[in-house]
Each structure stands twice: as C-alpha cells, then as structure tokens.
Design a protein around this ligand. Structure first.
Ligand code: FE2
Length: 383
C-alpha cells in the first residue's frame, strides 16, 4: 500500500509498504491495484514504559470501594496469592492486545515479586511474543527490608530472567532503609547486567527523598539512560529550592522520570482535605531543565484504577490537563513522548526507514493537538 502526502518526521512524503516492510520513502507514484492512503501522519509505534500486567483487569474481581491507594494495596494483597499462571497470562495477553489496538507495540511491565508464578508467567509470555516487545521489571510491591523473605523473592525474580530491577524505597520502614534498598537495587542490576526501574517517592511526603540517591548512584556508575524513576510525586510537594537541586541531578545523571498521570491524579493528594493538592512529578520543570520524561499508563482496570483503557493517549491527555501543559509546544511534546521518549528503556525510539519491517502508526491528522483532543484509534501496522 502507498501513503501519499503523509507527514513523517515533520515533512510531507510518500511511503510504500510491501509484505510487511517499508520498501520506499520519497516521491512515489501509485501502482495499479495498490491501496492509496492520502494525507495524515506516520509515527513509530507508541511504547508503554510503566504498567502492571499481573494486576491488570483485576479491578472488578475485588472492587476498590474507597478508590484509595491503601485499599488498592490491601485488595491486591488478597488477590495476589490466588493467581495462577493461566490467569496471569490470559489477562496479560488481553491487555497487550488492548494496547496494540491503540498503537503501543513495546510494553514494560512491573511484576510483583511476591508471586513468583506471575514472574515466571510474564517472562514466558515475553519470550513467546513476536511483534510485541515486552520487558519485565522485578518489582517488590511490599518492600525488600520490611519482612523476611522479600529480598530473597526479589533476587529470585531476577534470577528467573527479569529485564530490570525495581524497588519501592519510600515504602520501606525508615528513610535509611529506603536509601539502602536503592543501593541494593543498583547492585543487583549490576550483578545481572540489567537496568534499574524504581517506584520512586510515590507519595505526597516532601520528606521522601530517594530520587537524589538514585541520581547519585547513576552518576557514580555513569549509568545514563539505564535508570528510570517512576512516579516521583513527592517532587510536587518539595520546597522549590530542593526541587531545583534534585531536577538538576536528574538532568546531570540522565535518569529518566516516568510520570503516571492517570493513577497519580486519583491516588495522590488524599491526606490533606481541601484545598486538594495535586501530586505529580514536575514535568514542566523537568522539560525546562532538559531532562528525559516518559509518560506511563500504570493501571489497566486493576485494584488501583478501574478506568484504564490501555490507550497511551489517555495518559498524555490527563497529563497535559493536570500538569498545566496546554501550551502548544507542550501538547506536541507530550504526544512526541509516547513514540519517542517512552522508548528509552527499549534502547531508544525506532525509526521509520526503508528496508525495516513495518512497525508504525498512521494517524488521520498531522497535528498532534488534534490527535490529543480526539484520541482516535490509529491504523496500526505490526509486522
Ligand atoms: Fe506503578
């Protein structure tokens, strides 16, 4: 098929697909009988840097009556021991197909290391998938040092073949123990030659200061582009001078911050009554400092957030609203994050070039602001 007058990398061009490959880009005449699509825009597929497939689609099985983070954690703790490999795999497959239908062909999932059956199931699914790239992060949902056995499960999950080491330092018992788990996570990643991807400071507590330790470890090891800090919502409540210091550390270290706007807008800011604060990473200030920022969806109908659609555009749409990113360039940057910055953990954004297999999206408009407003389903090519 032939795309004509279609925007690619900011310029209008023509592009031909044949037998699942991009065969030509440039000024092209149509061949008799081929399908011709006029206009619109082509982008690389989206990437999802942060979701929990082991918990996806479980929200209805034990409803979160209060809608809070704490009840979500409680419900998950009840559901987790009941999971079978078949159940985890079936829900993960269904969720992955939801993602793919909205244009996401690379997915990084966290998996709770408190259930090694789920760890094995998702690693096996990753190895089986062909046109979807899946990565699995060993995520100790209930901490590493809070109870005996958790560290062993976490280390076992890495030995089972996870792609990145997770941790949750703000959930450990003390500040010092939180910092210790950050250092343990880097050491474990070093041992397995893997990446680090933490749930970092996912709290409204301005005293939660693990991100600076993450940055310091990253700097000391020169691990630029190898470390992701997810959530970082405490940053919202940091005093401004401290926020400026830590954002500069993020920039210097090359840590990527992944904001998860759909969950954070409903789970943060629950302690203070009115006026209600928002709890989110300071994406505008991170961008202004030159930091890399990803946008995650985090929850697809799981115990924490029932409204997840697996459409990454919904996450970007929420972010631009609640983080005041409705400047023209900011909205375009949010759209670009989905097909560019979000690919960092997969080795960088794929390029749409002649000779490569056709993994790309066609959009009915060339204006990302139209697309963010309407959030249409793209035409997805997933050779
Ligand atoms: Fe998460």
């Amino acid at each position: 098929m032939l795309f004509q007058n279609t925007v690619l990398d900011g310029k209008k061009t023509d592009l031909r697909l044949e037998d699942g490959r991009v065969v030509a880009i440039g000024k092209l005449a149509s061949i008799q009988g081929e399908e011709v699509v006029e206009g619109g825009m082509i982008t690389p597929p989206f990437a999802e840097p942060h979701v929990h497939l082991d918990a996806a689609l479980l929200g209805a099985r034990k409803p979160n009556v209060s809608g809070t983070l704490t009840e979500g954690i409680r419900n998950w703790a009840e559901l987790r021991p009941t999971l079978t490999a078949e159940d985890v795999t079936a829900r993960a497959r269904e969720t992955i197909e939801m993602y793919a239908s909205w244009g996401t062909l690379r997915i990084r999932t966290h998996v709770d290391t408190g259930n090694l059956i789920a760890v094995e199931a998702l690693c096996a699914l990753r190895d089986e998938l062909d046109d979807i790239e899946l990565q699995v992060v060993a995520f100790p949902q209930e901490g590493i040092l809070r109870a005996p056995g958790r560290r062993e499960d976490w280390e076992r999950a890495m030995a089972l073949g996870c792609d990145a080491v997770g941790c949750i330092p703000h959930f450990e018992r003390t500040t010092e123990e939180g910092w210790e788990t950050v250092r343990m996570a880097f050491a474990l990643a070093d041992k397995h030659d893997k990446m680090v991807d933490l749930h970092c400071d996912e709290t409204d507590d301005p005293g939660s200061r693990n991100l600076e330790v993450v940055c310091a470890e990253t700097l000391d090891r020169s691990w630029k582009n190898r470390v992701i800090a997810g959530h970082c919502t405490a940053m919202h409540s940091y005093p401004n001078p401290y926020a400026a210091k830590v954002i500069e550390l993020v920039r210097a270290s090359g840590v990527q911050v992944v904001s998860n706007p759909l969950d954070n807008i409903v789970l943060q800011g629950r302690y203070g009554g009115y006026p209600r604060i928002r709890g989110h990473a300071r994406v505008d200030e991170l961008w202004a400092a030159g930091c890399s920022v990803g946008i995650g969806h985090d929850s697809v109908q799981d115990p924490w957030y029932r409204l997840g659609t697996a459409n990454m555009m919904d996450a970007a749409y929420m972010l631009v609203h609640y983080a005041h990113l409705t400047g023209e360039d900011q909205m375009r940057k949010a759209f670009r994050a989905l097909h560019h910055d979000n690919h960092l953990c997969f080795g960088g954004p794929p390029r749409v070039v002649a000779g490569e297999r056709a993994q790309l999206l066609w959009w009915p408009s060339a204006d990302p602001i139209d697309l963010l407003r309407d959030r249409p389903r793209p035409r997805v090519f997933r050779a």
